[in-house]
Design a protein around this ligand. Structure first.
Ligand SMILES: NC(=O)c1ccc[n+]([C@@H]2O[C@H](COP(=O)([O-])OP(=O)(O)OC[C@H]3O[C@@H](n4cnc5c(N)ncnc54)[C@H](OP(=O)(O)O)[C@@H]3O)[C@@H](O)[C@H]2O)c1
Length: 354
């Protein structure tokens, strides 16, 4: 099956456009000269947002209203799903993308939602579209960094990923998604997907300043599912420092507040990936500001590359699988994050987990 040809200038439908992340994505599409179509279930919120963007079309469509979704998608080239919990929205919106034969992207962090998209690869190929889940801070960023670090290695002993945040002011969507997602989480050990141990192990991680050494806990999200699609490693583990998890657990932690001209909060992130093989370590790291805001350039960059014809074959893909990861990341740095890639194969003292 060949890739279904869509008009490169056709509109891009953003479902969940009124959400915190959806708004960043709409702004990024407009910044890149694209025509977004605002879509979601809440007529009041959509109306308010449409007034902020005169001339931008909006469609009200509940997630289970196939006819309304089809009307919204008519004539578009791609659907970006920014509405989570994705355990509720991925299936109906991927169905809509398949019916209308347009490319599908989402920002899911849930492993089950990403696995759902990959599990429908045959249908996606049959429809001649590209479907790419988890093109976001959690998911594609670690996948791209790990892929860039692997470079020409065709396997690794371990891929260790650590997220360091100076705090986390979660959105309503983040809180609801966490409550909704009670599924077993997966890690990779001995080359196989295994359930996350309970209690999850902790270890210290040396982040660059100002975070420095932090206590982290093994906590995996959709990056594991993405990485396992195409990279071979005996171990894939992801850690997060404890401070942001305390913020998340505290019901009184406020929502994020814009503190720069791009609407980003003051939150700082480090995404630190170490790939090891035969005693050698390679490092790939992104450091920047606001995990919600950085999701917009990631997903729009992927969309632009698909519309530009960089992906020749239809299918459910991860970003690292189909793009030149170092170039993709390089295209976003330093505007959206600082990027460090250390390819010198130096023998590492830190070859095993604490
Ligand atoms: N992987 C990552 O790094 C990453 C990054 C950013 C966001 N996310 C995920 O993206 C999702 C949205 O986050 P957010 O921060 O933008 O949250 P938010 O500000 O609360 O926005 C959530 C949006 O999703 C819509 N929505 C939720 N459930 C829906 C349903 N069943 N049917 C229709 N619309 C629905 C909401 O519509 P209403 O306003 O009508 O409720 C709203 O527009 C969350 O799942 C979050 O985990 C992931």
């Amino acid at each position: 099956m060949h890739l279904h040809q869509t008009s490169p200038d056709a509109p891009i439908v953003v479902y969940g456009a009124t959400g915190h992340t959806g708004r960043f994505i709409v702004a990024e599409l407009l910044r890149r000269g694209r025509t977004p179509v605002l879509c979601g279930r809440d007529v009041v919120r959509l109306g308010e947002m449409a007034r902020e963007h005169p001339g931008v079309v909006c469609h009200v469509a509940a997630i289970d209203d196939a006819a309304a979704l089809d009307a919204a998608l008519h004539g578009a080239s791609a659907l970006i799903n920014a509405a989570g919990p994705f355990l509720d929205t991925t299936e109906p919106l991927l169905d809509a993308a398949l019916r209308n034969r347009l490319h599908y992207f989402d920002t899911s962090a849930e492993q089950g939602a990403a696995a759902h998209v990959f599990g429908r690869d045959a249908q996606v190929r049959e429809a001649g579209i590209v479907a790419m889940p988890s093109v976001a801070f959690y998911g594609a960023l670690a996948d791209l960094l790990a892929t860039a670090a692997m470079d020409e290695w065709d396997d690794a002993d371990s891929i260790d990923i650590a997220v360091g945040l100076d705090g986390w002011h979660p959105t309503r969507g983040t809180r609801i998604t966490g409550e909704r997602n009670r599924a077993v989480r997966w890690i990779v050990d001995d080359g196989e997907l295994r359930p996350l141990p309970d209690p999850a192990p902790t270890r210290e991680w040396n982040f660059p300043p100002p975070l420095g050494t932090q206590e982290t806990v093994l906590l995996t999200l959709s990056e594991i599912v993405s990485i396992m699609r195409h990279l071979r490693s005996r171990r894939v583990h992801s850690y997060m420092n404890l401070a942001p998890l305390r913020d998340l657990r505290d019901p009184s932690t406020p929502s994020p507040v814009a503190s720069d001209e791009r609407g980003r909060s003051s939150q700082r992130f480090v995404l630190d990936v170490r790939v090891r093989r035969d005693g050698y370590t390679r490092l790939a790291m992104a450091q920047g500001r606001d995990i919600y805001a950085v999701t917009a350039p990631l997903i729009v960059e992927a969309l632009e590359r698909v519309l530009a014809g960089e992906v020749q074959e239809p299918g459910a893909w991860t970003a690292g699988e189909v793009f030149d990861a170092a170039r993709f990341l390089g295209a976003l740095a330093p505007e959206h994050f600082d990027l460090t890639l250390e390819y010198e194969d130096e023998e590492s003292e830190e070859t095993s987990e604490a």
